[in-house]
Design a binder for this molecule. Sequence first.
Ligand code: LHQ
Length: 263
Amino acid sequence: MNEESVVLSSIEDGVLSITLNRPEKINALNDAMHLGLRACLEQAHADDKVRAVLLSGAGRGFCSGQDLADRDPSKREAIDLESTLERFYNPNQRLIRNLKKPIICAVNGVAAGAGANLALSCDIIIAARSAKFIQAFAKIGLIPDAGGTWMLPHLVGEARAKGLAMTALPLSAEQAMAWGLIWQVVEDDDLMTAAMTLAKSLASGATKALGLAKQAIQAAGTNSFEEQLLLESELQKQAGRSHDFAEGVRAFLAKRPPVFQGK
Ligand code: LHQ
């Protein structure tokens, strides 16, 4: 199966839609899917026409994590999971976190294992009411990966992070929202419309500033208050020199809607 058919993409109104497309396996991640996703994320970085990204899964689930048939230790002599992570997972997680544009994830059903952590690495996560998040790793003798051991304690605190990692129990969309793991829960039938409406709205916004805000908020996890103040000054300097800031203020004073360019 080639990379393109297992990951679909298209651009509309500044939104790059990326769809994981192995619905018969609940979009389990095989090597072709990792590489297809990477190509799309690299396009998101490089292409000025892309102002926001919407990641979703085809069929009844978002992503069931690693395709375990491809990493079955009983069928291969040595499975080097460090190499799997460094070659396939970590580059994509870095591309998502370092993307200077908003990335939204629409979680339509189950998000398990690395599939859950792929979703959680996005900036804004919208879940269908029937969606579930499962840190499935403990059930097969692994630890949460794809950034899970960093994101979970940052998002929900150590107690809940350990509970999720050790029990591998499914977390409902409602509970995920109540715990601050995700942004919004919508009715199943409304998911893609709600996610695309938000993505298009962000894509027409001051996307340079959104990227800088993302950078600052992500740095807060390790910065001191003083370091964060200095970072804000530096990034606000950049925002203050943008076309969009000048346009935003002009439009406000003229009492008209702004026309942002993401520059
Ligand atoms: C699958 C999978 C799957 C293959 C469903 N693989 N076929 C791991 C190792 C290496 C390196 C780095 O990192 C990682 C990270 C990880 O992601 S570890 C965690 C891997 N994922 C899991 O352990 C989850 C396994 N899947 C499940 O627990 C269930 O399938 C879930 C809860 C996702 C969905 O359950 P159901 O809704 O009951 O669907 P199902 O189990 O019937 O699945 C539908 C089909 O998809 C089925 O195939 P079949 O041919 O029987 O119709 C499954 O075998 C297949 N599938 N997940 N990860």
